[in-house]
Write a protein that binds this ligand. Structure first.
Ligand SMILES: [Zn+2]
Length: 623
C-alpha cells in the first residue's frame, strides 16, 4: 500500500442541503483573500512553481541513495519541503477552482498533483527496502531522525505486506484498470438512468437534483412519489450495479490477498491503526444495540401520528412540521452565534474560530445562495506554512448550513492549531476517523447551544432532534453501512453473494437490525445500490463509526468535567498525529479506543437524550 507517504489528504466534503423555496437567502458573503495569504495573482502562482520544481529535484537526488542515516534524514526533510510548498499551491488552486469550476486552476491542480505524486512515489518503497538492522544503525548514528521515528515505524508497518522488486510499482501503474474503473462505471450507470420529475403544486421537481426539496416537501404524496421513483430508478439497473459492486469487492479482495492480509476489510482497518478483530466485534455489538436507532424512529413516528393522524413512512423522515417555520440565520449573524456557541470550548478555541469567520480577515469564503459554476459543498484547508481557510459553496441559513460551518470550521481551526504549534508536515494528517471526531464534536456543541437558547419549546425540541439525527446517531448509521459493506466482502468471498437478489437479502438482514422500515418497505432492500461511497471509496464507512463514537465520548467528558477536559483536548488538537490514534487518545484524554466502555458509555448518553426527546416539547414557558 502506498498510502503512507502520500499526497492524498482528507477530503471532507459536506453535502449541501437546499432549504425550502419559501426561505429567502441572506445576502452579504464572506470572501477569501487569496492574494493576502497565498499568491498575489494567478501569474504569481505559476511563477512560484519553480520553487516547487527545485524542491522536487532536491528530493529526486535521493533516489537510489538512501544508504546512510544522514541521507535518509535528508530525503525526509526534502519530502517535507515538497509537501509544504505543494500544499500552498494546491490550496490556492483548489480554492480558485471551487469558486469557479471553469477556472483553469482546476486542470492545473490535478496536473500538479500527478506530477508531484509521480516524483515522490519512490520514497516509501525505498525506505521499506532498507533492512531493519540497517535502519536501527541509521537511527543510532543520526539523532536528527528521532522526530521521524513514528513516520518510519508507520512506513515499516507495511513491511510484511509489501511486494518484492518492482511488483508494487507495477500494480500502482495498473491501479486504474484493477480498482478504479468500477466507480467510473457506477457513475456512468447512474447518469444513464432517467429518474424523472414529480409534479408539485409549484411545478415539477427533479427526483435527483431537487431531492432535498422533495424529501422535505409538505405534501406527503409528493414525498412518496419521489421515494418510489428514486428506488425504481436504481432497481431498473440493479444487474449492472451488482456487477459493479461485486467487481469492486473482488478487486479489493485480490489486492488484499496479494499483500498478505486476511481480507480487504482487515487491510483497510489495519491501515487506520485499528485492530481488525476488534473492529468486527464492535460492528456486531452495534448491530445488537441497533434498537437505539429504532427508538428514535419510534419517537418520530409518534410525533408524526399526533400531528398528522397518519403512520410515519420511510419517505416522511424529513417531513416538515405543521405550522412551524424553521429559523433562517443571515450569514452576518453567524459569527456572533459561533462566538457564543463555542465560548464553552475556552477562550483560545473561541478566538481562533472568531478569527476564521471575521470578515476583515478574509479567511472564509461563504456565499449566500451559491453561484453557477461554484462548488456546492464545503471544506477546509490549512497546512504548515499555509493559513487555514474555510470554504462553503452555498449558504442558505438553515441549521444544517450552520452545522456544516461548525464542522468544516472545526477542521480549519484544528489545522490552524497544528500549524501554530509547529507540527511537522508529516504529522499534520492522521486517520480520518480521528480528524472527523473533532469536527463532529463541534456539531454536537452547536446543536446543544441552539437548543439551550431557543426562544420557544418547539424550536428547542427541533434542535434537540437535530442533535440526535444529524450527529448523535452518526456512529450507528455508519455502523449499519460498514456492517453491510463488510458482510458483502465476506459473502462475495464465500460465493454466497453473486446476484442482486443476494445483495437484497443481505441488505434486508443487516438494515433490519437498525430500522423497522426495511421489513415493511421492499424497495429499501435495494439500498446497497444507492450507497455510492462503497463504490467510490471502498470500506471508508468504518471511519464514521469510530469518529462518531469518539465525538460522543468527548461530549460526555466535556459535560462531566469541563475544565479538565478542555485543557487536554486543546493540547490534543495542537499535537498532530505523531503516534497511533489509540496511543494519543489514551495519552491526552484517557480514552481506551478498543474498550467496550466506549460504546456502552455512548449508549447511556444516547438513551438519556432519547428519554428527553420522548417527552416532546416542554409545554412550559419559553426560555
Ligand atoms: Zn470532516
Amino acid at each position: 500500500m502506498r498510502a503512507k507517504l502520500s499526497l492524498i489528504f482528507l477530503l471532507c466534503a459536506a453535502i449541501h442541503v437546499t432549504p425550502n423555496d419559501a426561505q429567502t437567502a441572506p445576502v452579504a458573503p464572506l470572501s477569501a483573500d487569496l492574494a493576502r495569504y497565498y499568491f498575489e495573482s494567478p501569474e504569481a502562482e505559476i511563477a512560484a512553481r519553480s520553487d516547487l520544481e527545485s524542491a522536487l529535484k532536491r528530493l529526486g537526488n535521493f533516489r537510489g541513495q538512501i544508504n546512510t542515516g544522514q541521507r535518509l534524514l535528508g530525503a525526509l526533510q526534502s519530502y517535507e519541503e515538497v509537501l509544504t510548498l505543494y500544499r500552498r499551491h494546491e490550496t490556492y488552486l483548489r480554492l480558485r477552482c471551487s469558486q469557479n469550476r471553469k477556472d483553469p486552476a482546476c486542470a492545473a491542480n490535478s496536473k500538479l498533483g500527478s506530477t508531484v505524486n509521480a516524483a515522490t512515489a519512490f520514497l516509501t518503497p525505498e525506505i521499506l527496502s532498507v533492512p531493519e538492522a540497517q535502519l536501527r544503525r541509521f537511527e543510532a548514528a543520526d539523532p536528527g531522525l528521532k522526530p521521524y521515528q513514528f513516520t518510519l515505524e508507520d512506513i515499516r508497518r507495511d513491511a510484511p505486506h509489501s511486494l518484492p522488486g518492482n511488483e508494487e510499482a507495477f500494480l500502482d501503474r495498473l491501479q486504474p484498470e484493477i480498482a478504479d474503473w468500477q466507480y467510473d462505471l457506477y457513475e456512468q450507470i447512474l447518469a444513464g438512468i432517467s429518474f424523472g420529475t414529480v409534479q408539485t403544486s409549484a411545478g415539477p421537481l427533479d427526483v435527483i437534483h431537487q431531492r432535498n426539496l422533495l424529501v422535505s416537501h409538505a405534501d406527503p404524496r409528493v414525498r412518496e412519489e419521489a421515494f418510489h421513483r428514486r428506488f425504481e430508478g436504481f432497481a431498473g439497473r440493479r444487474d449492472l450495479f451488482a456487477f459493479t459492486l461485486i467487481h469492486t469487492v473482488q478487486a479489493q479482495s485480490a489486492l488484499a490477498e496479494l499483500h498478505h492480509y486476511a481480507d480487504a476489510p482487515a487491510r483497510k482497518y489495519a491501515s487506520l491503526h485499528l485492530d481488525p478483530e476488534q473492529a468486527r466485534a464492535l460492528l456486531t455489538a452495534m448491530a445488537q444495540h441497533g434498537d437505539v436507532v429504532k427508538r428514535f424512529e419510534k419517537i418520530r413516528a409518534d410525533e408524526y401520528q399526533r400531528a398528522n393522524h397518519a403512520q410515519l413512512q420511510p419517505w416522511d423522515l424529513a417531513a416538515p412540521q405543521n405550522n412551524f417555520d424553521l429559523p433562517v440565520t443571515p450569514l452576518t449573524d453567524a459569527p456572533g452565534i459561533f462566538h457564543e456557541a463555542f465560548s464553552g470550548l475556552g477562550a483560545e478555541y473561541q478566538e481562533a474560530f472568531d478569527a476564521l469567520l471575521n470578515p476583515r480577515n478574509g479567511r472564509a469564503d461563504v456565499l449566500p445562495g451559491g453561484a453557477p459554476n461554484r462548488y456546492t459543498g464545503g471544506f477546509s484547508t490549512g497546512f504548515a506554512g499555509s493559513t487555514s481557510m474555510l470554504f462553503i459553496g452555498r449558504y442558505d441559513g438553515t441549521f444544517k448550513d450552520l452545522s456544516v460551518i461548525a464542522h468544516e470550521g472545526g477542521h480549519a481551526t484544528h489545522r490552524g492549531f497544528m500549524s501554530a504549534n509547529g507540527v511537522k508536515p508529516l504529522y499534520a494528517n492522521g486517520p480520518n476517523f480521528l480528524f472527523e471526531s473533532f469536527a463532529v464534536f463541534n456539531e454536537l456543541v452547536l446543536a446543544d447551544y441552539l437548543a439551550d437558547h431557543a426562544p420557544d419549546p418547539r424550536l428547542r425540541h427541533y434542535y434537540l432532534e437535530q442533535w440526535m439525527r444529524i450527529k448523535g446517531l452518526d456512529a450507528f448509521y455508519g455502523a449499519e453501512d460498514a456492517l453491510l459493506e463488510q458482510q458483502i466482502y465476506e459473502g462475495v468471498s464465500t460465493g454466497d453473494i453473486r446476484s442482486p437478489d443476494d445483495l437484497d437479502k443481505l441488505t434486508l438482514q443487516v438494515d433490519s437490525q437498525f430500522s423497522t422500515f426495511p421489513a415493511t418497505t421492499s424497495e429499501l432492500r435495494n439500498r446497497w445500490a444507492t450507497l455510492s461511497l462503497m463504490y467510490e471509496d471502498p470500506l471508508y464507512n468504518i471511519n464514521y463509526v469510530y469518529g462518531g463514537l469518539l465525538a460522543l465520548k468527548y461530549y460526555q467528558l466535556y459535560a462531566a468535567d469541563h475544565d479538565h477536559f478542555l485543557q487536554r483536548y486543546i493540547a490534543f488538537l495542537k499535537n498532530g498525529f505523531d503516534a497511533p490514534p489509540a496511543v494519543l487518545l489514551q495519552q491526552y484524554l484517557n480514552i481506551n479506543l478498543f474498550d467496550d466502555s466506549l460504546l456502552k458509555d455512548d449508549l447511556v448518553l444516547l438513551n438519556r437524550r432519547l428519554d428527553q426527546l420522548e417527552l416532546g416539547p416542554a409545554p412550559g414557558t419559553p426560555k
